[in-house]
Design a protein around this ligand. Structure first.
Ligand SMILES: Nc1ncnc2c1ncn2[C@@H]1O[C@H](COP(=O)(O)OP(=O)(O)OP(=O)(O)O)[C@@H](O)[C@H]1O
Length: 318
């Protein structure tokens, strides 16, 4: 399913939350399309959890507006909003002495949901836990408990699923299991809003990401953010350092500047890699260099994140 911003399921407009003198997040504005996987990133204390708690009606924002699953975020709509969304906080909040099914039955009762058995069956199937239904929750590994927590969030067929660090503390295999579940839910049209500190995870899963550091620092597709922030470049690796790199690289069509990379090789800023690369290869061959590789330099979402968050650290030190 392709998300579309013509049909936003979450609209946040200048939202701010302060706790006495401390600002948790300020002037935050963004929208999330129906069916989108949206990643909410930011350093510790950036305000991510507080934003999730606000949008999930657990705490009241200090100012600003939001629409959640088609309803204005306010005290009158809180019960109806909660019927349309689900939130999984970092600790899945299960009763350790109850079995998986007993836990889910408890929540079906708490939410007054009809057709409980059918819902539990579907939720367990969705998270691949049918064969562990009778296990006592305290006996499950952290990864399995996380999956029970996810099953719980699916009971009310939410339009929006808020997941606060769903893979925190999980090993790579268990985290991959959660990723597969997120992808599966997205394919079924559920909008997923999740916070994470794992940038590779956000890059792999999210249609768009936002980086929050009390205020919203940026928002967009990971590829767009990389392009906005970094010049395009080529990385040249040679078997031995070039005798006169300036002579090889200076003035080549499409090459704007070059520098030696401290880890070896050369980094070239280029306007268009497709134009510059053949010129660079020809110049290297002409200089009789032993070329190992010429490739486009790739920036990751982690590079974008570090660039923006470090800018904030530097600004605060001024
Ligand atoms: N109930 C509260 N009372 C006072 N301050 C709070 C409260 N909840 C959060 N804060 C403050 O708001 C700020 C944002 O916290 P929040 O937990 O939302 O950050 P976060 O981005 O989720 O961090 P982390 O990645 O560490 O989980 C922090 O300075 C925190 O101390």
């Amino acid at each position: 399913m392709t998300a579309t911003m013509d049909d936003p399921v979450l609209v946040v407009d200048k939202l701010t939350k302060t706790f006495s003198s401390r600002t948790a997040y300020s002037d935050v504005t963004f929208s999330v399309g129906r069916g989108e996987v949206f990643g909410f990133l930011g350093p510790n204390g950036a305000g991510k959890t507080t934003t999730v708690r606000s949008l999930g009606t657990l705490i009241t924002p200090t100012s600003g507006k939001a629409t959640v699953a088609g309803l204005a975020l306010n005290a009158e709509n809180a019960v109806e909003i909660r019927k349309r969304i689900a939130i999984m906080t970092e600790a899945p909040g299960l009763y350790g002495r109850l079995s998986v099914t007993e836990n889910l039955k408890y929540f079906v009762g708490l939410y007054h949901l009809p057709d409980g058995e059918q819902r539990i069956k579907k939720a367990l199937e969705a998270v691949n836990l049918t064969d562990r239904a009778q296990d006592i929750c305290s006996s499950l590994s952290k990864g399995l408990r996380q999956r029970v927590g996810l099953a719980r969030t699916l009971l009310n067929d939410p339009e929006i699923l808020f997941l606060d660090e769903p893979t925190s503390g999980l090993d790579p295999v268990a985290a991959r299991g959660v990723h597969d579940l997120i992808t599966g839910l997205r394919d079924r049209g559920v909008t997923i809003f999740f916070t994470t500190h794992r940038l590779a995870e956000a890059e792999a899963l999210c249609d768009r990401v936002a980086i929050l550091n009390t205020t919203l620092r940026t928002i967009g597709r990971p590829s767009e953010l990389r392009e906005q922030l970094f010049n395009r470049g080529l990385v040249v690796i040679t078997a031995a350092p070039l005798a006169d790199p300036a002579r090889v690289f200076t003035g080549l069509p499409g090459v704007q500047s070059w520098e030696s990379d401290p880890t070896g090789g050369y980094r070239l800023a280029v306007s268009d890699p497709a134009v510059a690369a053949p010129e660079v290869v020809r110049a290297l061959v002409h200089a009789e260099a032993d070329v190992l590789s010429v490739g486009e330099s790739r920036h990751s979402l982690e590079d974008v994140y570090l660039e923006l968050v470090n800018e904030d650290v530097e600004a605060n030190q001024r």
